[in-house]
Design a protein around this ligand. Structure first.
Ligand code: BG6
Length: 479
């Protein structure tokens, strides 16, 4: 058998994309609550000064998991989930972000949720910050540009670690902390760090701001890890990287160098989390941006004290770059170009299962066999109910099967240490990138459309029983 006993099969979601109940039980607004719905052609608008009446904010209701989680967890248990990855909405616990005392009603909700999972023998895997910092920290402090956010985050982390120390063992600090390096995509810098650039900010300015925010997050993560360990030595605390591997377009040495440079945008983040220090190439990245981030004297020592136990990452796609494409437009500083060897999803995401094996081997080699956790993977697709009310999502099964096959090779043949696999959006939820409901990932269909119409009823897709069989056979039966 490729996967050891205890391999953590499950599914993944994030609070802001499924809970809804955006203002219930004392919850404050988060940065996700001011993101309007968009679609594949229409970027989401950020209302950074607060919601505007009459606009559509998909996170407000989402799939109302807040009130329906018991039924949903029951369905996950039917599939045989060993674990379930979700996040704690920071603004349920600290509604504005800077309070000195937490909101008890928010804490109590996650007690109920984790108890329900544990009752079904489902291990919680918890992200502390998944694109949902309190909006108050943005309007009052400027988001992660402000060093004060380190203390606010660490207070939040400590409260969660203490409260759930006997319920949660697996943690992650910041979801896809590296997304923000694409500084010309306003959405990712907002969701990671609560920062909205001015249109007039040039490349170097944006990069300096982003690198400073990331530095604050690194220190916050390291400090949280160190505190977490002192609360419960059995905690396993990881980082979470959006791991999109980058290939050279050709064997032209210039393309190879372009791909190497682009990969540094991934390693920059992973290296700090795993090694507790910036890689030597960080100096080049800082020079390009016109200066290194400002650091307090103790920061580098703190980074060393809070290295992670495992690398959690999402894998959806690979990218391809060419030297010729570098700076072909102001936003294409890494030189993205089309890969002729892979197909794409309806949202233009390259479908590349072998890229997953490549990532697993790359992380394994770079960090000497560190534990890894695939905490997101999946296919966003337009699903249609057939006459029997069933979604025949064979395309999703094909996608997942192909990725699990590569994951098996990485474990079995390459010897990678893999803790688990949690496909993204195991129940249909709001897309982070577009705000749509109709970009669906789930094994469970949720009756709701992009305009917010629908009963919110849940039903099983074809992939539901398929994944159940995969789990029951510990990944041996993928037919
Ligand atoms: C990751 C995020 O970027 O990808 C999730 O961690 C997100 O929050 C997922 O939902 C899929 O992206 P999208 O844009 O299809 O929802």
């Amino acid at each position: 058998m490729a996967f050891k006993n205890g391999f953590l099969w499950g599914g993944a979601v994030a609070a802001n994309q499924l809970e809804g109940a955006y203002n219930v039980d004392g919850k404050g607004l988060s940065i996700a609550d001011v993101l309007r719905g968009g679609n594949v052609n229409t970027p989401r608008v950020i209302d950074e000064n607060g919601p505007i009446e009459g606009m559509n904010y998909p996170s407000w209701e989402a799939i109302d998991f807040y009130h329906r989680f018991e039924g949903d967890i029951e369905l996950f248990a039917q599939m045989g989930f060993k674990c379930f990855r979700t996040s704690i909405a920071w603004s349920r616990i600290f509604p504005q972000g800077d309070e000195s005392e937490p909101n008890e009603a928010g804490l109590a909700f996650y007690d109920r949720l984790f108890d329900c999972m544990l009752k079904h023998n489902i291990e919680p895997v918890i992200t502390l910050s998944h694109f949902e910092m309190p909006l108050g920290l943005v309007t009052k402090y400027g988001g992660w540009t402000n060093r004060k956010c380190i203390d606010f985050f660490v207070r939040f982390a400590k409260v969660c670690f203490e409260r759930y120390q006997n319920k949660v063992k697996y943690w992650m600090t910041f979801n896809e902390i590296n997304n923000q390096s694409d500084v010309f995509f306003p959405f990712v810098v907002w969701t990671d760090s609560g920062i909205k650039f001015k249109d007039s900010d040039d490349f170097a300015t944006r990069r300096r701001i982003m690198l400073q925010a990331a530095h604050h997050e690194f220190v916050a993560s390291a400090r949280a890890v160190a505190i977490g360990r002192s609360i419960n030595k059995d905690f396993r605390i990881g980082c979470m990287i959006g791991f999109v591997p980058v290939y050279p377009k050709t064997s032209d040495p210039d393309d190879i160098l372009a791909a190497q440079r682009a990969m540094e945008e991934r390693w920059y983040f992973t290296d700090v989390h795993v090694n507790g220090e910036y890689g030597s190439y960080a100096k080049r990245i800082w020079d390009e941006a016109g200066g290194a981030p400002q650091m307090a004297p103790s920061d580098l020592a703190e980074l060393k004290m809070g290295t992670v136990d495992y690398v959690g990452f999402s894998y959806y796609m690979s990218r391809c770059v060419s030297a010729q494409a570098v700076n072909s437009t102001p936003i294409n500083f890494l030189g993205d170009t089309k890969n002729d060897y892979v197909k794409e999803s309806d949202w233009g995401w390259a479908i590349d299962p072998k890229g997953l094996r490549y990532v697993l081997r790359s992380i394994d080699g770079r960090y000497n066999g560190i534990d890894q956790f695939i905490v997101e993977n999946g296919l966003g697709a337009y699903d249609k109910l057939d006459d029997n009310g069933m979604v025949q999502d064979t395309y999703r099964i094909d996608y997942l099967r192909a990725h699990i096959e590569q994951m098996k090779l990485a474990v079995d043949v390459d010897g990678v240490n893999l803790l688990g696999y949690t496909p993204w959006g195991c129940i249909d939820l709001v897309s982070a990138g577009t705000g749509e409901m109709e970009k669906r990932y789930g094994f469970i269909y949720v009756d709701k459309d992009n305009q917010g119409n629908g009963t919110l009823n849940r039903s099983k897709k074809l992939s539901f029983d398929w994944y159940k069989k995969v789990i029951a056979s510990n990944g041996e039966d993928l037919s």
